[in-house]
Design a protein around this ligand. Structure first.
Ligand code: SF4
Ligand code: SF4
Length: 441
């Protein structure tokens, strides 16, 4: 694509980066066919190519964002299916991240939208605030129907619908410290305990620590790590995202200095995509660029790490039929497609893949709160495809997808690690009935 940026514009490294990306796009439109919002809404401006044109026009003319571009960029899930499809290697992720930061700087949203976003950025990345907010959600639940009728309050209704009616207690294992591996030492990793996941389902990290230590891997929960920054990054709040990135880079750099790390293990693929991008996000900060690049190189999804270990034979041979839902951040964001399915199959599960596996389930960070109608359409489509597999359980590697799919599916939806842990001698995953797993016992 031809571009017309001035030399003065290109002196801004963010604009220079976006210009390089724009020039790679050859307008072929292959990406439109796999874009969930184009497939759902049928509008070119809600396709990757349409959004690329809108972003180019905004950046090239150096103008503030307007209502039209905000509407179409807000509808983008950042699912990155377009990047998997694109034959020209267009880095849509970095382009849309830049556009979102530009929108945040130059566009004044309506008051309620601003308040909703400010509240999400204030609450979600902090486990204690998120836990308190979920407890308060019970008070708002009787008003869901009323909120749903008022367009400006639909995000509040969406939040209340997603909030679980009860919460598991916080995990003591997630506190800073070291969990030694059993038997011969096979590695040393840090684990990201994260934010929303540690509140909604602390058993995911507990199970990961338990399985890894049984396999001989020492697991460190470093002092000072926090939210990866993805939630605020996708809302264009760049400074907040970079502050989270720096805090985690500091925590993991200290852990590297105190005994080395073979990997930073991540159990939520949404976080993994962002942490693997820290090197890029902090490339212009001389104090952090090198350390952030090392952190990104060490970041591994838990299935990526396990696939590289020589796992023993499973304790059980389950034979349970599992529908594997590949989160967008897993398959498109990190290009991890093979490992989770191979690990499940090796552990004795019968793995089935739903049709249209490339399409997002509509969770996408805060998307299911901020764009509840498109999100619900994508969720229902995903659930139909999952249920058509005839599976008994759904496995996936991202807490956002678990919450989203479980809100409409009749099947239990669990993190992949819980099924692997069970096959390798751990306890039965919560929420999975004895009848579902009976055949395997
Ligand atoms: S990130 Fe997803 S929703 Fe956004 S343009 Fe690409 S394919 Fe479409
Ligand atoms: S597939 Fe790639 S090159 Fe083709 S229009 Fe989409 S982004 Fe541009």
């Amino acid at each position: 694509m031809q571009t017309n940026f001035s030399l003065a514009q290109l002196a801004d490294p963010h604009v220079a980066e976006s210009e390089k990306i724009l020039r790679k796009c050859v307008h072929c439109g292959f990406c439109t066919a796999t874009c969930p919002t184009y497939v759902t809404l049928g509008n070119e401006l809600d396709s990757p190519r349409g959004r690329i044109y809108l972003i180019k026009d905004m950046l090239e003319n150096g103008r503030p964002a307007d209502k039209e571009i905000v509407t179409h960029i807000d509808r983008c899930l950042s699912c990155l299916a377009c990047m998997t499809t694109c034959p020209s290697g267009v880095n849509y992720m970095h382009l849309v991240d830049h556009a979102r930061a530009h929108i945040q700087e130059t566009y004044k949203r309506p008051l309620l939208d601003r308040l909703t976003r400010a509240m999400l950025a204030f609450v979600l990345p902090y486990p204690s605030r998120f836990r308190a907010a979920l407890k308060l959600a019970g008070l708002g639940r009787p008003f869901i129907g009323l909120f749903d009728k008022l367009p400006a309050l639909k995000p509040v209704a969406a939040m209340l619908k997603l909030a679980p009616s009860s919460l598991p207690p916080a995990s003591p294992k997630a506190s800073p410290g070291t969990h030694p591996g059993q038997g011969a030492k096979r590695g040393r990793v840090a684990i990201l305990t994260g934010c929303a996941q540690s509140v909604l389902d602390p058993a995911i990290n507990d199970t990961t620590i338990s399985l890894l230590t049984r396999l001989g891997v020492e697991v460190v929960v470093p002092e000072g790590e926090g939210c990866c920054g993805a939630l605020v990054h996708h809302m264009g709040r760049e400074e907040a995202a970079l502050a989270s990135a720096r805090q985690n880079v500091d925590a993991w750099t200290r852990a590297i200095g105190q005994g080395g790390l073979d990997a930073i293990v991540i159990t939520a693929s949404g976080c993994g995509t962002t942490i693997k991008d820290y090197g890029f996000m902090l490339r212009l900060d001389p104090a952090y660029a090198e350390k952030a690049a090392l952190v990104s190189a060490l970041a591994k999804d838990v299935t990526e790490y396990l696939a590289a270990l020589d796992l023993p034979e499973p304790v059980r041979k389950p034979g349970t039929i599992v529908a594997y839902h590949s989160a967008c951040s897993m398959q498109h964001g990190q290009n991890i497609t093979r490992q989770p399915k191979e690990l499940l199959a090796k552990a004795g599960f019968v793995v089935r893949e739903p049709r249209e596996g490339h399409l997002c389930c509509g969770s996408a960070g805060t998307y299911n709160i901020l764009q509840p109608e498109i999100s619900a359409k994508l969720r229902d489509r995903k659930v139909r495809n999952i249920e058509a597999t005839g599976a008994e359980i759904v496995a996936t590697g991202n807490i956002g997808c678990i919450t989203q799919i479980a809100s409409a599916a009749k099947l239990p939806v669990v993190h992949t690690i819980k099924l692997l842990d069970w096959a390798y001698g751990g306890p039965k995953p919560d929420g999975v009935s004895d009848a579902t797993l009976a055949a395997a016992e």
